[in-house]
Design a binder for this molecule. Structure first.
Ligand code: DCP
Length: 620
């Protein structure tokens, strides 16, 4: 759902950079003999020459389109070079393209806050760089303006004014002068990308994300378009409503059918109150804003994806009809996901917290329920075998619900696994309580949306699962569980415990770390194991909990028995350097536990530290 955000107080300069026919460029760099030739990248699936997923601009001149299959493309362009997308584990392997996208991101990020919006798209907030340029070296003071900047398209140029004249106007308002600086900066960045990667890209430069994104697609390939404020009414007045992001679906159709709105500019005929009356307060306000080109969305400083996912479709005859075949494919997807999670951990020191599986399926005709295959999620355990095990349990659980206890024939037509809630590994200033807070938060969050026993996830759609989930919006941000004002007693995300903390501990006069270990019902289903794991059914979990503890002396554990529920924690898992960061009263409390525990049993269990929790399971 779109969110209505007011226009920012100060003007911004935002660029949207989009790589041209991206997969084709990556393949042409890999195989230079393809440069200049009509080229397309085809999906893995040889049927009718494979489906085209990227079409080079030389091939587009012949009328080749992404909707075609290879055979069809050959009919309109006999010389077309069809390159198959790399394949691993029987499905497309996009790592080559992801890595190529990362190369570009690292160049663009040099000039301002950078948000990687998809595998080949980036938003940049260039406000500071543009302000600085305007103060130090505005375009009119430059001895020469480079060719690439002069090739910019400036929307709404009047009376035969040239781009150079527009860029160098000294009587222009501050907004336009900032945009002129933005145009120079983006042209430099695009030249840098070309030099370092050999990729061309196109860009839009405007005062907000929405307008920058609209502009980047107007002139392609290898061009840039500037949107001065004065050109916005004309731009939106001619923009079909379904071309606007978030208006391609039901909302856009409703506007067309119910209100007769054909272009975004047509929305100007409605008051904000009317739009809110029809579509609700938020959506109504958002529609009113976009009609005027107002968009307050921030460029998020994010160079890495918010989630990782991989999936595969099995259309028609390829549909999966037995558990063993599903397991085969699911295992392959989990293996890929696990590799990517591990690479993210190694390279970026980030950990994912939630595993999600999504499937689409069909049932035999005459099945009693029309229920869709539900998405399922659970806390994520690192290690391929564990991800496979958990994903399989999630699938089985989803299948049970899908069939609604009826035994009917079924077929799976798409399958995907993804990992979300990816946060940096807590280090240095992160306290142990933050660490536990996040774990609890993660568990409780997941228990709210779904678990292996019941609810469906609503956070992720199949379309989002096809690759890097750069646009997923539901991720929690890491939370400072030890804010200055709360003295370690209050923890966002643990609000159910806050009252208890303030009442119980006010009586004691000290806030106890025990509060943060307070068990929640969900832990019964997913007890933390030595490696932070979860297990399947309730009975198995209890057993698993015991098994995991089998080699451990009970005296090495803190047992917190509250309300007859037990939360155990290995004392040796406490990283002493982290304990030192806790508030003094809690430090004292933990130190007392540690001392008493060591007195009871001085035996040392090897390799046990909090970092051990994160240690990935070695692949067998
Ligand atoms: N892609 C895909 N399947 C799709 C659409 C796109 O696999 N249905 C991949 C191939 C594209 C890449 O994503 O190269 C980026 O998609 P874009 O929509 O940005 O299209 P291109 O970059 O190919 O072309 P353009 O120059 O029009 O942006």
């Amino acid at each position: 759902m779109p969110i209505a955000r007011p226009a920012p107080q100060a003007p911004r300069v935002i660029a949207h950079v989009d790589l041209d026919c991206f997969y084709v460029q990556v393949e042409q760099r890999r195989r230079p003999e393809l440069r200049g030739l009509p080229t397309a990248v085809v999906q893995y699936n040889a049927w009718k020459g494979g489906g085209l997923i990227a079409v080079g601009y030389e091939a587009r001149k012949f009328g080749v389109k992404r909707s075609m299959r290879g055979d069809e493309a050959k009919m309109v362009c006999p010389d077309i070079q069809l390159v198959q997308v790399p394949v691993a584990r029987g499905k497309a392997d996009l790592n080559l393209y992801r890595d190529a996208g990362s190369e570009v991101v690292s160049i663009l990020a040099a000039k301002g806050r950078c948000e990687r919006a998809s595998i080949d798209e980036v938003y940049l907030d260039l406000t500071a760089a543009a302000e600085q340029m305007l103060t130090a070296t505005p375009p009119d003071t430059l001895q020469e303006i480079d060719e690439e900047t002069l090739k910019s398209h400036v929307l709404g140029l009047q009376n035969g004014e040239s781009v150079k004249q527009w860029l160098c106007r000294t009587d222009a308002d501050h907004l336009d002068r900032l945009l002129a600086c933005g145009a120079v900066i983006v042209a430099e960045l695009r030249a840098e990308v070309l030099k370092k990667t050999s990729f061309t890209c196109s860009a839009g430069i405007a005062h907000n994300k929405m307008l920058a994104k609209l502009a980047s697609g107007i002139h392609k390939p290898a061009q840039q378009t500037v949107v001065p404020s004065s050109s916005v009414p004309d731009l939106l007045g001619s923009l079909p409503i379904n071309k606007m992001k978030q208006l391609g679906g039901k909302l856009g159709s409703s506007l067309q059918k119910e209100l007769g709105v054909a272009t975004v500019g047509d929305l100007l005929h409605f008051t904000e109150e009317k739009l809110q009356e029809l579509y609700g307060w938020n959506t109504g306000a958002w529609l009113w804003n976009i009609a005027r080109g107002i968009n307050g969305d921030e460029v998020e400083g994010r160079l890495l994806p918010k989630s990782h996912g991989c999936g595969k479709t099995f259309p028609g005859q390829q549909a999966l009809k037995s558990l063993s075949v599903v397991k085969h494919w699911l295992n392959g997807l989990c293996e890929e996901l696990s590799e990517r999670l591990q690479a993210d951990l190694d390279k970026n020191k980030r950990l994912a917290h939630t595993l999600i599986i999504h499937a689409d399926g069909s049932k035999a005709q005459g099945a009693l329920t029309k229920r869709k295959f539900p998405s399922k999620s659970c806390p994520l355990r690192y290690g391929t075998a564990k991800i496979q095990e958990d994903a399989w349990k999630l699938f089985e659980s989803g299948l049970r619900e899908f069939l609604d206890l009826q035994s009917s024939e079924w077929a799976v037509t798409s399958l995907s696994v993804s990992a979300s809630k990816i946060f940096p590994v807590p280090t240095g200033t992160n306290s142990i309580v933050k660490y536990f807070g996040e774990k609890q938060q993660s568990y409780s969050q997941t228990s709210e949306v779904c678990d292996v026993y019941g609810e469906d996830t609503t956070s992720i759609s199949s379309s989002e699962i096809s690759g890097d989930h750069l646009s997923e919006a539901s991720d929690l941000q890491p939370v400072n569980h030890f804010g200055e004002e709360n003295n370690g007693c209050h923890s966002p995300g643990m609000t159910h415990q806050t009252n208890k903390c303030s009442t119980v501990n006010r009586e004691k006069g000290v806030c106890s770390i025990l509060e943060h270990f307070h068990p929640i019902r969900f832990l019964k289903h997913f007890p933390p194991t030595v490696d932070g794991g979860t297990s399947g059914s309730k009975d198995e979990e209890t057993e698993s909990f015991k098994n995991e503890d089998a080699g451990t002396s009970p005296s090495h554990e803190i047992q917190v028995d509250q309300q007859r529920e037990i939360w155990r924690f290995n004392v040796e898992d406490v990283d002493l350097s982290i304990v030192k960061e806790l508030p003094p009263e809690i430090q004292q409390e933990v130190q007392t536990w540690i001392k008493s525990s060591k007195r009871t049993n001085p035996a040392k269990r090897p390799g046990s530290s909090i970092s051990h929790y994160f240690a990935p399971v070695k692949k067998s």
